[in-house]
Design a protein. Structure first.
Length: 249
């Protein structure tokens, strides 16, 4: 029988994902692991992770990783990259980590064009710390700190981080993907792979935002996650390549 899929060697066979049932954050981690294996960079890769749901990857990936203080993931990852310029640094952050607490680090790292790859998982909420409102929370969306629904008057509009990063001159590649169905998963994997190759081959900054949904804090049944992302979230956060100034195909 022909084998059409196997678990990547870059995922620990004894490890556990640690993510809630139905959460597609785990899919993002799996795609990163597949890209690391396919590019044959397992021994060169460091995966800095922010406090939050991202740290659930630490017991699952089978290559080097490190946990940072909340909001300081980009700074920690950049420190590693400067000490090990030959390495491949893939920074994994949630929206609270990158867009709220770590906004300064995120923007200035991108503005300097540091040769790292940032993977931002946008689930529109603080998933691990209690379901609080995040900078990406949708208008009208309820959370533990917006029990009546987020209001523009109180918290402003959702921040579109990919578009914001794309306005800077130095980032070489900026894109947004989703992992709510097979088609989008495959497209997002290619976005991640290209972003990592740009870091490796062009010594440049790259950024991929990936839309997910928090089943636990949003109270969405697992079976309804794909339609919720398709019908609600992607109307606010549209997917696609936003900026590509690389020399790669």
């Amino acid at each position: 029988m022909e084998c059409i899929y196997k678990k990547p060697a870059t995922l620990d066979p004894k490890g556990k994902s640690g993510f809630c049932p139905g959460c597609t954050y785990g899919t993002v981690v799996k795609l990163i692991a597949e890209v690391v294996e396919e590019l044959d960079i397992r021994e060169r890769t460091m995966l800095p992770m922010g406090v939050g749901c991202a740290v659930s990857a630490r017991d699952w990936v089978d290559f080097d990783s490190m946990m940072s203080l909340h909001g300081r993931t980009t700074a920690s990852g950049l420190g590693y990259k400067r000490v090990h310029p030959e390495g491949v640094t893939i920074i994994l952050q949630g929206d609270g980590d990158a867009v709220a607490i770590g906004m300064a680090e995120s923007v200035h790292t991108a503005n300097r064009g540091e040769p790292v790859t940032v993977i931002l998982v946008n689930n529109q909420i603080y998933g691990r710390t209690g379901g609080q409102m995040a900078p990406t929370t949708l208008i009208g969306q309820k959370s533990t700190t917006s029990v009546a629904g987020k209001r523009v008057e109180d918290a402003g509009y959702p921040i579109h981080m990919a578009e914001l990063i794309a306005t800077l001159k130095t980032p070489r590649f900026v894109a947004r993907g989703s992992v709510h169905n097979v088609k989008e998963i495959l497209k997002t994997k290619e976005l991640i792979k290209k972003a990592v190759r740009i870091q490796m081959e062009e010594n440049a900054y790259s950024f991929v935002e990936i839309v997910t949904a928090c089943t636990t804090n949003l109270g969405i049944p697992t079976s309804e996650v794909p339609s919720y992302i398709e019908d609600v979230v992607l109307k606010e956060f549209k997917t696609g390549v936003i900026k590509d100034e690389s020399n790669l195909n």
